[in-house]
Design a protein around this ligand. Structure first.
Ligand code: NAP
Length: 334
């Protein structure tokens, strides 16, 4: 099969930053599905791994985690899926990625694709859905009965676009998202944010201007280190913060006076460590598919960059590296 990968970590403008190469089709392990990949989405993690992991001429690195496709064959111990099933999933950070026509994934982290979506619309969802869901419901432990204010920083990107919708549909929280441009602000308003504030200004002042006396919960997606003092300032006493990006040092001591708590979310943790509850990601994705088919959650597809080629993938990496993505960038077909 012709996959897309790289050997050396290169700026995305370089010819060999990503290229097509021939590699044998993979053979599934006992709990693996072999999936015919129909569409993929690109995430910031693709660009980060590209710059820190290197391959060899014999084995270039294949990136890509989000995929939607059709199960081709299954391993001997697979019970949840059968050949022909349409699936969507985000894969595992320690296995080859989805930028290939055929891909292996453990069935316990795969969901049935929403029946109402095409492959591109479905591929936009899994990685960011798992991240937003685990952060809101497994880490911050928010529920349908949760009230108060949730501040989501960097909310118009991939993760935020789902976090806003989940919080609106599945909790009683008032959702405030941050965006810095008219188009990202408008996107957030369409997704249902109760209020939108500007993350290029001090967050605590922006919140006050919008009529809020602070945030009970903060979900920080981008620029956590630069926003950190303002996050702590905006947080109400006994509040909680969840974060997902890669901040340089943040001073957690600032949380002490407010008796506030800090939660990390890493959506690859379950598959990376093979935790006993990793099948929770299968259940989670099936639930997201149900919410989509019920019309409660919309796809977050922001742009379709066309067929899965090295050229189109390079354009997608470049767009994500600009930090200006709205929703998700997907590629579809080979
Ligand atoms: N730990 C995990 O499991 C996990 C999972 C997924 C993602 N992540 C990480 O989380 C981060 C966000 O992921 P994503 O997929 O949502 O990214 P994304 O789609 O690339 O986010 C783009 C958004 O970020 C906003 N933004 C840019 N600079 C900002 C700043 N200084 N402060 C606040 N917002 C800013 C932009 O809004 P404006 O254009 O309006 O400025 C844009 O809409 C990335 O670092 C990613 O690697 C971690």
């Amino acid at each position: 099969m012709k996959a897309i990968g790289y050997i050396d970590s290169l700026p995305i403008s370089e010819e060999r930053a990503l290229f097509a190469f021939d590699t044998p089709e993979p053979t599934p392990g006992p709990r693996d599905l072999k999936v015919a990949v129909k569409a993929i989405a690109v995430n910031p993690v693709d660009t980060k791994v590209r710059m820190r992991r290197t391959g060899t001429a014999a084995e270039p690195v294949i990136l890509g985690w989000d995929a939607a496709g059709i199960v081709e064959t299954v391993g001997a111990e697979v019970t949840l899926f059968k050949p022909g099933d349409k699936v969507f999933y985000a894969g595992a950070i320690n296995r080859p990625g989805t930028n290939a026509p055929f891909h292996l994934v453990d069935e316990r982290i795969v969901g049935h694709m929403p029946a109402s979506l095409g492959f591109a619309e479905a591929a936009a969802l899994p990685l960011t859905a798992i991240t937003a869901w685990e952060a809101l419901f497994d880490r911050l432990r928010l529920t349908r009965d949760s009230t108060g204010t949730l501040l989501i920083i960097g909310a118009a990107g991939g993760v935020g676009s789902l976090a806003v919708q989940f919080a609106r549909q599945l909790t009683g929280l008032t959702v405030v998202g941050t965006a810095s441009r008219p188009e990202s602000r408008e996107w957030l308003e369409k997704l249902g944010a109760h209020a939108v504030i500007d993350h290029t200004r001090p967050l605590s002042e922006e919140l006050a201007k919008a009529g809020f006396d602070g945030a009970d919960h903060v979900f920080s997606l981008t620029g956590t280190d630069t926003h950190w003092p303002e996050i702590v300032k905006a947080l109400k006493p006994q509040g909680q913060v969840a974060l997902i990006d890669d901040p340089d040092l943040i001073d957690v001591r600032l949380l002490k006076q407010k008796s506030a708590s800090l939660h990390w979310e890493f959506m690859f943790a379950r598959p990376l460590f093979g935790t006993p509850d990793m099948i929770a990601q299968h259940a989670l994705l099936d639930e997201v598919a149900r919410l989509v088919d019920a019309g409660q959650v919309k796809t977050t597809l922001g742009a379709n960059y066309g067929p899965i080629t090295a050229e189109n993938l390079k354009r997608a990496h470049a767009a994500l590296e600009s930090g200006r993505a709205i929703g998700k960038i997907v590629l579809e077909g080979w």
